[in-house]
Design a protein around this ligand. Structure first.
Ligand SMILES: NC(=O)C1=CN([C@@H]2O[C@H](COP(=O)(O)OP(=O)(O)OC[C@H]3O[C@@H](n4cnc5c(N)ncnc54)[C@H](O)[C@@H]3O)[C@@H](O)[C@H]2O)C=CC1
Length: 406
């Protein structure tokens, strides 16, 4: 397939390919999802080795096509510039997994409200997406492939638009939150307590998205470190990582009185209160934050389910929240807390997942894993190995964590 090329920019004008996106078009067009999915996978396979080029070209098309959209993105795009395209490609890859895809897109749509995304922006994104694919999937691109992508994008964007519309009736696009306390626990870990300007509805174990005044439009994920509290305060555990703009500012610059912005809560690492199975929790480093929230949640429900927490850190010194957890253990007979230190002497040595193997059996437990991406990956592998089925292992998306890790 050939597309006309606009004179000035040298970029293909996908509008002349006969496929312009209208926000609400195409929903009722006849589709064959598995044929579309096969065509889409073929495109993805072709562009995979060219990801960087596709990304740069996609954003060039987007911002040239609609310069107003540039203001919705951070001034410096390096850190997160490929997140939008990546999310769209991930979604397209899972076209056949309807329930998971719909939930993913609904969350994406809700989450985009805080960026100021409006329904009329979606066609421009769709055109840039197709424009980038036309150029870099040239070997496999044909009319059927283009029609499949247009159908997929139209359906996906409509799910996002509908979810954002529904969310608008329920809650604000963002919350302002004032820093009310800032407690530096180690030279690079701070516990930050926030007071949102309106009630912030979330479940223990979920995370928030946060923007600081120092890095406008750069949003990062942080797990909430407590179950919902009667005074409405929220707390976060933040580790300043090397070259981490947002985490560095939160640990070294934020002070009581500063105002941050929060996006809506998200994440499915929450307690299933319909069972009384035990909880096996692995929290590595600041990954202990949501685990603490889960323990508080179980305590609040007055349940007597066994909760076994393995709290991993590099050294004893890095176990910055161990006192809180040991106090909780003293207060609750159903709770057991085991610190695992990977460097130097500790009660349990080695890496977190291996330490869990020494105990058990865990086959009747639901598992919760939170921490660095490498720990989550090896934790999930170990837990499956020792007989916990995948659908009973909960953790946040490793891709999101990798993207958020600064
Ligand atoms: N919901 C979540 O999953 C949350 C994740 N985090 C993430 O947790 C991380 C915390 O970082 P740090 O405190 O520097 O952790 P860290 O690097 O000090 O590691 C903490 C623990 O994880 C273990 N570990 C690290 N890499 C491992 C691997 N590849 N395999 C097995 N075990 C491994 C260590 O042995 C240690 O016990 C950050 O990446 C942050 O984004 C933080 C809060 C919530």
């Amino acid at each position: 397939m050939t597309c006309s090329v606009t004179g000035g920019t040298g970029l293909p004008d996908v509008g002349n390919c006969g496929q312009r996106f209208e926000a609400r078009q195409g929903m009722n067009a006849p589709t064959n999802t598995s044929t579309d999915a096969a065509l889409i996978r073929r495109t993805l396979a072709e562009i995979a080795p060219l990801a960087d080029k596709v990304t740069s070209y996609f954003y060039a098309l987007l911002f040239i096509g609609d310069p107003e959209l540039r203001t919705l993105f951070p001034a410096a795009m390096d850190a997160q510039r490929d997140r939008l395209l990546k999310a769209l490609l991930t979604a397209a890859e899972h076209l056949e997994n309807t329930a998971t895809l719909t939930e993913y897109l609904r969350q994406l749509g809700r989450g985009h409200r805080k960026y100021g995304t409006r329904p009329e922006h979606y066609p421009a994104v769709g055109e840039a997406l197709i424009g980038a694919l036309v150029r870099y999937a040239e070997k496999t691109w044909d009319e059927a492939t283009q029609a499949a992508w247009v159908r997929a994008y139209t359906t996906m964007s409509q799910i996002m638009i509908d979810a954002a519309d529904e969310d608008e009736l329920r809650q604000p696009a963002w919350w302002y939150a004032e820093v009310v306390s800032h407690d530096l626990r180690t030279p690079d870990v701070a516990v930050v307590t926030l007071r949102p300007d309106q009630p912030y509805p979330f479940l223990a174990g979920q995370y928030t998205t946060l923007e600081t005044p120092w890095w406008p439009r750069i949003w990062r994920h942080y797990s909430l470190a407590s179950a919902p509290r009667s005074d409405g305060l929220l707390s976060l555990h933040v580790k300043a990582v090397p070259a981490g703009w947002v985490s560095g500012a939160l640990v070294h610059r934020a002070r009581p009185g500063d105002t941050l912005r929060l996006g809506p809560p998200a994440g499915s690492m929450v307690v299933d209160h319909t069972t009384d199975d035990g909880l096996l929790c692995l929290g590595g480093g600041t990954g202990i934050a949501p685990i603490k929230a889960l323990v508080e949640d179980v305590a609040r429900y007055g349940e007597r389910r066994p909760v076994e927490v393995f709290y991993g850190a590099r050294s004893n010194h890095d176990l910055y929240d161990i006192d809180t957890l040991l106090r909780m253990q003293q207060a609750h007979s159903w709770l057991s807390v085991r610190p695992v230190v990977s460097e130097g002497p500790g009660r349990l040595g080695g890496r977190l997942p291996e330490a869990v193997r020494e105990y058990g059996p865990w086959t009747s437990y639901d598992a919760y894993v939170s921490g660095p991406p490498g720990m989550i990956r090896s934790g999930v592998t170990t837990l499956r190995d020792i007989g916990i089925p995948s659908d009973r292992i909960r953790h946040d998306s490793v891709e999101e964590l990798v993207a958020a890790n600064d």
